[in-house]
Design a protein around this ligand. Structure first.
Ligand code: FAD
Ligand code: NAI
Length: 467
């Protein structure tokens, strides 16, 4: 069988690319090595982690906040097996949705490990031991990423775990050590801290979520300490070992060299992910990768082999589902001669802790380093009536605009529902709005979005109305 396009990998990059190819009239196949479609995001990433974040937040609110609202709860208990079961149900409904979409768009789905035999021939090794080879005019590699697990961390999937196993623990642990105060560490750390686990986070850098604007890490750390998470910054983890029931982490302070040792039931390794190209046969076709193993692509997201493209976590850039999706659509449209564009500066980043964290555009540090003249407007959620009504007063909105033109260059938020509110900032920046433009738009009262308007007023000429 010959296809116009074959997509290897069915994560948000791959399945979206396949749908767009099919919409554009290309005969499309998709290959996925696992039994379910949807990749990391749907099976062991975005969706299951958010399902557990929601469940644990309900528990936390019932335990810590309901009484202030005048709601008395007795006999509150966690049924962890049910919590995991609900998460599995959410995953299963979502992955079945992808089966439906493949079917609807007449995309041929192959389950098995895909690898290049040549630039136009891909063999699929199936679970039953058989192999099928298909021919294809063009290929999109969307094979994603896997967690980084250094040998000295002795990852055993039982006690020393990654996010994949942390999404399936059926008894609330008493203690958990987390290596890395990045996105995974803080999201899953929040899940377990809310359920009552004593969580210790060990981080090499001097702050949490170090890639984001410094104010966000500071605010979030303060909030997460309140739910019991203990942070150990500036510690380099040297080794992790485990027995059948417990783990031991050994770290060293990067300046003082002071040693740190923590015992816990589980140790979650969350120090980043690497591009996954194992047994893909890249060498057979001569596709090049960079020093970090990511597939090299040009401005069309085409590899050095004509007709073979790569998207998502397996190439450079943020490891985010919506970035992978944009690239999937981009490649499909390029293939048929259209002229799509991705504005990488406007891909928002979100951390689904509570308060949530969301950002788009440049950080204050990046702009200062570039010598861009800026104005900064900030507004705290505690000054909003809506936030007081829901008792979600932690966090702030920070808008950075150009000192002369007032164009918004970066929006950074910690607070209630900012994961959704950031879309306003993306829209405004896509249309190159000024801070004053945002400040003159009506924002419904009372809503959390009023903090955006107020921060824009503060950035325009320091005239917020409610502080
Ligand atoms: P993937 O989703 O990794 O999919 C790649 C697929 O290719 C996999 O199914 C794999 O089995 C398959 N594959 C690999 N090699 C082969 C082969 N040779 N043959 C056949 N199939 C193959 N991002 C967000 O934007 N928001 C979030 O809230 C979020 N939460 C996350 C939470 C966790 C715990 C994790 C781990 C990640 C999270 N991410 C989140 C990141 C997000 O999951 C990834 O950025 C996204 O899945 C990347 O999509 P992709 O299509 O490039 O690859
Ligand atoms: P990350 O890159 O976000 O954070 C890793 C952290 O580990 C960094 O702060 C780093 O300084 C620290 N670190 C590295 N080595 C260390 C060591 N030896 N000792 C102590 N600290 C060490 O990576 P993470 O959290 O694993 O997430 C991987 C990817 O998944 C991210 O790039 C993110 O984009 C994606 N993701 C996105 C989510 C979202 O959009 N909400 C949720 C979860 C993951």
């Amino acid at each position: 069988m010959k296809y116009d396009v074959t997509v290897i990998g069915s994560g948000p990059g791959g399945y979206v690319a396949a749908i767009r190819c099919a919409q554009l009239g290309l005969k499309t196949a998709i290959i996925e090595k696992y039994d379910t479609l949807g990749g990391t995001c749907l099976n062991v990433g975005c969706i299951p982690s958010k399902a557990l974040l929601d469940s644990s937040e309900h528990y936390h609110n019932a335990e810590k906040r309901f009484s202030t609202h005048g709601i008395k709860v007795t006999g509150l208990k966690i049924d962890m097996k049910q919590m995991i079961q609900r998460k599995d149900d959410v995953v299963s409904q979502t992955t079945k949705g992808i089966d439906y979409l493949m079917n609807k768009n007449k995309i041929t789905v192959f389950h098995g490990h895909g690898s290049f035999e040549s630039a136009t021939k891909i063999s699929i090794a199936k679970k039953d031991g058989s192999t099928e080879t298909i021919e294809t005019d063009k290929t999109i590699i969307a094979t994603g990423s896997k967690p980084i697990t250094p040998a000295s961390f002795n990852y055993d999937k039982k006690r020393i775990i990654t996010s994949t196993e942390a999404l399936n623990i059926t008894k609330v642990p008493k203690t958990m050590t987390i290596i890395g105060a990045g996105v995974i560490g803080l999201e899953l750390g929040s899940v377990y801290a809310r359920l009552g686990t004593k969580v210790d986070v060990v981080e090499y850098a001097d702050s949490a979520i170090g890639m984001m604007d410094k104010d966000l890490g500071k605010e979030l750390t303060r909030s997460l300490k309140k739910i019991g998470i203990k942070f150990h910054f500036k510690y380099m983890v040297k080794e992790v070992t485990a027995t059948a029931t417990k783990t031991k982490l050994v770290a060293e302070h990067r300046d003082s060299k002071e040693a740190l040792s923590i015992d816990a039931e589980y140790c979650l390794v969350a120090i980043g992910r690497y591009a996954y190209t194992d047994k893909l046969g890249l060498d057979k076709v001569g596709i090049t990768t960079d020093k970090r193993g990511r597939i090299e692509v040009d401005h069309n997201l085409q590899t050095n082999v004509p007709g073979i493209y790569a998207i998502g976590d397996v190439i450079k850039g943020a490891m985010l589902a919506h970035k992978a999706e944009e690239e999937g659509v981009f490649v499909a449209e390029r293939m048929v001669g259209q002229h799509p564009h991705i504005n990488y500066n406007l891909i928002p980043g979100v951390v689904y802790t509570w308060p949530e964290v969301a950002a788009v555009g440049k950080t204050e540090a990046e702009l200062k380093e570039a010598g861009t003249p800026i104005k900064v407007g900030k507004f705290p959620f505690k000054a909003l009536g809506r936030a007081r009504a829901s008792m979600d007063t932690e966090g702030l909105v920070k808008i950075i605009s150009h000192k002369e033109t007032d164009e918004v260059l970066g929006v950074h938020m910690v607070g209630p529902r900012v994961a959704d509110i950031i879309a306003e900032a993306v829209t405004a920046m896509e249309f190159r709005a000024s801070a004053e433009d945002i400040s003159r738009m009506s924002h419904a009262h009372p809503t959390y979005t009023e903090a955006v308007k107020e921060a824009a007023l503060a950035a325009t000429d320091n005239r917020p109305l409610h502080i």
